[in-house]
Design a protein around this ligand. Structure first.
Ligand SMILES: [Zn+2]
Length: 92
């Protein structure tokens, strides 16, 4: 698949990258969405990280900073990783 076109898995129509809806079957096209399972796993990882940071330093503030800092960094990283991920959602 080239970077400039996206192919619909339902009707196999090639559309320019950036279209929001397939022109043939009207499937919705979504870009850069991270899978729910990945989001949940990262959520658990961030909570554990914050918990351990808090218990090591015995400082609640540190754990809060680690929690929000990790979420901020992960959100940015996930957006980069899944920027090229394209989802087609078919409507009835
Ligand atoms: Zn289509």
């Amino acid at each position: 698949m080239s970077n400039h076109t996206v192919q619909c898995p339902f009707c196999f129509k090639e559309s320019p990258h950036g279209v929001k809806i397939c022109t043939v079957c009207h499937a919705k096209v979504v870009y850069g969405e991270c899978p729910v399972t990945v989001a949940i796993l990262f959520g658990i990882a961030v909570m554990l990280l914050a918990y351990f940071a808090g218990s090591w330093t015995e400082n609640f503030i540190v754990s809060v900073i680690v929690f929000f800092g990790s979420i901020f960094i992960l959100k940015y990283q996930l957006k980069k990783v899944y920027a090229d991920r394209i989802l087609f959602i078919q409507r009835d």
